[in-house]
Design a protein around this ligand. Structure first.
Ligand code: PEP
Ligand code: MN
Length: 332
């Protein structure tokens, strides 16, 4: 149950009411918000006199539920606004990993040419093997920072684990929590206190319920700038790297109030399918796309098989706007 209470000033009283009702509380836009377990179906007597409005929810998808906020939350950073009433589908593009300054400059030229405002690239890579490229770490973040300063890009970069979360919060415009880190509670709780938008990727073995509940950790920490990213789940299929769960996307759009971003690159795992999938994603009327592109994919230090080369990326970009328009949206 979510309850909006009168704006009490006595912190001791608020804490005492919260503890006795097993509630998490925060203040948002002048509201004092209490979130109680969803098993609570009636306003507790001790909160009665302070209650302004309440919502009874059927499961622990609460702050992210459309039953609580019927509109999609707006998330904004740098020059970008998505969600809300904007109708924007934001393109976030770049290589899997930051590899060198030259590669970052090449990425910057491509993005500028295509009118793209947001650059993605990982500096702390959560690799499947410890014997492969692990990312440039802090040096990579500094290169991303340079691209932001020089060209004004919004920077989307991932946190690998709780040991680098502070650096990512400092350097990123959007904190990406990767699929393998979705369940890292150190990261989730820290991001709940961060003053930056979070792009939460779905763990590839996670249900929609588990995915959205991870977003609840961030929301209930007081950070309401959360976007959900579907990036493919593991099924019995082995011909593609993962299976992009578009049914799940329809569920998220219908039932949650968080912007939904789609990542066809990691789902497909092979460049040949990424552009078709990206078009399908835009046709679903989503709030954003995350696409990997590399100046020379064959020598990429991570995710080489799935990154579009620049020719493929340019060709894709030309096709997206008409599709976005057909579903009442605009690519930004
Ligand atoms: C990435 O975006 O490069 C990445 C590692 O993605 P995921 O966490 O979805 O595997
Ligand atoms: Mn990648």
């Amino acid at each position: 149950m979510i309850i909006h209470l009168k704006d009490l000033q006595d912190k001791q009283l608020i804490d005492q009411l919260a503890i006795s009702n097993k509630a998490i509380w925060f203040k948002e836009a002048g509201n004092l918000v209490f979130v109680l377990p969803s098993a609570v179906k009636e306003i507790p007597v001790s909160l009665n006199e302070y209650t302004l409005q309440s919502w009874t929810l059927s499961d622990d998808i609460q702050l992210a539920s459309r039953k609580y906020k019927s509109f999609t939350r707006e998330v904004s950073w740098s020059d970008t606004i998505t969600g809300g009433q904007t109708g924007h589908t934001v393109m976030i593009a770049g290589p899997c990993s930051v590899e060198s300054e030259e590669q970052m400059e090449q990425t910057a030229s491509l993005l500028l040419e295509c009118g793209i405002k947001n650059l993605r690239a990982g500096a702390f890579k959560p690799r499947t093997s410890p014997y492969t490229f692990q990312g440039l770490g802090l040096d990579g973040l500094k290169l991303l920072d340079k691209m932001r300063t020089k060209y004004g890009f919004g920077i989307v970069t991932e946190v690998r684990d709780a040991t680098n979360v502070e650096e990512i919060i400092e350097y990123a415009d959007v904190i990406q929590i990767g699929a393998k880190a979705m369940y890292d509670h150190g990261i989730l709780r820290r991001c709940g206190k961060a003053n930056k938008p979070v792009l939460l990727k779905r763990g590839f073995g996670s249900t929609l319920q588990e995915f959205v509940q991870c977003a609840e950790f961030i929301l209930s920490g007081g950070n309401h700038q959360v976007m959900l990213c579907e990036r493919g789940i593991r099924t019995f299929e082995t011909k593609t790297r993962f299976t992009l769960d578009l049914c799940g996307v329809a569920y998220l759009k219908e039932n949650t109030n968080l912007p939904v971003i789609l990542d066809p690159s990691h789902a497909m795992g092979y460049a040949y399918g990424v552009s078709d999938l990206a078009r399908a994603c835009v046709a679903m009327g989503v709030d954003g796309l995350l696409v990997e592109t590399h100046p020379n994919p064959s020598v990429a230090k991570s995710d080489a098989s799935q990154q579009l080369n620049y020719e493929e990326f340019r060709a894709l970009m030309k096709t997206l706007n008409p599709i976005a328009k057909a579903v009442g949206r605009e690519m930004i």
